[in-house]
Design a protein around this ligand. Structure first.
Ligand code: ADQ
Length: 500
């Protein structure tokens, strides 16, 4: 077996994302700032590359403050996370007006782009005000990025390689526009890249957005544009051709814009596989029951197909009464975007549905659904992943979905469990050995769950072994390396493999 090591970058990298890889906390009494680290897979892969290449990270620190925040604190000495080595002079904070930021973030990003890009236009609100603030905040991010680029050039004068500016996700689709403009004006060479973590929709959905051409032009200001899978790349190329009239090459995924050739690349993200295996090895047993466990882990988001999932489980209990008292569904949902009304409604709907199904089937010894509304720690999560018999990953639409990958990484017990995944997640496109389940087809979904619960052990092992091998090889370091290769910025002696 092979695992991937951290890649070695030739140039410096400036990462630009809505959030910094940590949140700043202000002590209400002393006003002193401290860092609160986050541990997502993206941060794990990207932070070491920024640190090693003496790069910078541009983003919002998670708090608004009346006065400028001033000096960013260094990390706490006890901090073991990948960002601990990110020095304060490698961080550029974007501080925006709170009202404008709210309109940009909750309004335009999460109220418009999130549903639209997940092909749910009925849920999208189109507001000229929110769009104006989106443009404004993107400009602010671009100006801060130019500051970072200036610093980077001053610091690394000896380096022959031009820095890479890597902009992330749907919150910042315009920023590259002004970064390119100002970088050319001020003679600050850089390579510009963009990566979208959510799906890119087909043209007839994308064109509903009134300022669609500006979005495309913003993204096309980059030299390289990455999406999780080829379908999203093709949707983007198609939009550039039909909406802007660009010349495109579908086979080689190229778009011509202002005499430049923009490369479009599928770069499917992976997870820190080894870390999840270690967590699963070290985690204590949590389930104290003989019943089989079906597991769901998601942000509480309408794209994740949670309502359909509960309904499918209800149909399973109805049509296959042999599973009653033998199987429980454990659904862990992290609260998310609680300021947006669509999310408040979903919470209520879920509470009612869980109540109704439990009311209908609960017996003296058993409740069909256990519902945790909250965030669980990584170690605990690994124990759930390891000991579950079935994982239900059934989004209506999802860029990739990391939960499917984390589940297979943690499946170290023999015989292993079964993964059920929706074909409408990027993960469903690549994890061929999982059971596919269309979440819109509720009766059929119940049958797929039944099949998973009754699958013979040898078939489970065969499927899981293949799934695990792919995720181990195509982990988050592999993703990072693929990105650097696409940018032509990886050391030639970097082979990537650490262990045989
Ligand atoms: P998300 O929509 O947030 O990400 P996902 O890929 O599933 O979706 O990642 C969620 C992360 O949150 C996972 O790492 C998971 O472990 C964690 N998590 C979920 N529920 C949790 C809980 N209750 N407690 C603790 N942790 C929990 C976006 C896109 C995805 C894409 C990623 C990365 O929407 O499609 O895969 O970015 O590109």
């Amino acid at each position: 077996t092979v695992t991937q090591s951290e890649p070695t970058i030739k140039a410096s990298m400036i990462v630009v994302s809505n959030r910094l890889p940590f949140v700043l906390k202000k002590d209400p009494k002393t006003g002193e700032l401290s860092r609160c680290a986050s541990a997502g897979g993206l941060v794990t892969a990207v932070a070491p590359v920024v640190i090693k290449g003496n790069g910078l990270w541009v983003g919002w620190p998670g708090i608004h403050s009346k006065e400028p925040l001033g000096e960013i604190p260094e990390s706490d000495p006890s901090d073991q996370t990948p960002t601990a080595g990110l020095r304060s002079d490698q961080v550029v904070c974007v501080e925006a007006n709170p009202t404008e930021f709210d309109s940009y973030y909750n309004g335009c990003c999460n109220g418009t782009f999130w549903p639209l890009f997940h092909s749910m236009p009925g849920r999208a609100a189109f507001s000229a005000d929110d769009w104006r603030n989106y443009v404004k905040v993107n400009k602010l991010f671009a100006m801060k990025t130019i500051e970072a680029l200036e610093k980077c050039h001053k610091r690394n004068t000896a380096s022959q390689n031009v820095p890479i500016v890597w902009i992330h996700d749907y919150q910042l689709m315009l920023a590259a526009n002004w970064v390119r403009e100002a970088a050319e004006e001020r003679n600050l060479p850089c390579q510009l890249a963009f990566f979208l973590h959510i799906p890119f929709p087909p043209w007839d959905i994308f064109r509903l957005f009134p300022w669609a051409d500006e979005i495309l032009q913003g993204i096309l200001s980059c030299d390289m544009v990455g999406f999780h899978i080829r379908d999203y790349c093709l949707n983007f190329v198609d939009c550039c051709q039909r909406h802007l009239g660009c010349r495109v090459d579908r086979k080689n995924l190229l778009v011509e814009q202002n005499g430049r050739s923009v490369r479009v690349r599928p770069l499917p993200i992976g997870i820190p596989f080894d870390r999840f295996v270690d967590l699963a090895r070290g985690a204590k047993k949590i389930f104290k029951t003989q019943q089989k466990i079906i597991l769901g882990v998601d942000r509480l988001d309408y794209t994740k197909g949670l309502v359909n999932r509960l309904k499918a489980f209800e149909v399973l209990l109805e049509k296959h009464p042999e599973h009653r008292e033998q199987v429980s569904l454990l659904q862990i949902s992290v609260p998310s975007r609680t300021d947006v009304s669509e999310y408040q409604q979903l919470k209520e709907e879920m509470d009612q549905l869980v109540g109704r199904i439990n009311g209908r089937f609960t017996t003296a010894n058993w409740s069909p659904i256990r519902y945790i509304f909250g965030c669980v720690g990584q170690q605990e999560l690994a124990a759930y992943y390891r000991d579950a018999d079935v994982a239900l990953v059934t989004p209506l639409r999802d860029g990739m979905n990391l939960v499917a990958k984390e589940f297979v990484a943690c499946q170290i017990n023999q015989p292993p469990g079964v993964l059920i995944v929706s074909p409408f997640a990027g993960a469903g496109e690549m994890m061929h050995e999982a059971l596919l389940c269309n979440p819109y087809e509720i009766d059929e979904a119940a049958e797929v769950i039944h099949r998973a619960l009754t699958m013979p052990e040898d078939e489970r092992s065969l499927r899981m072994n293949r799934l695990r091998r792919r995720e181990m090889e195509c982990d988050v370091n592999f993703w990072m390396r693929s990105f650097l290769k696409a940018m032509g910025s990886i050391e030639e002696d970097d082979v990537g493999v650490t262990r045989m």
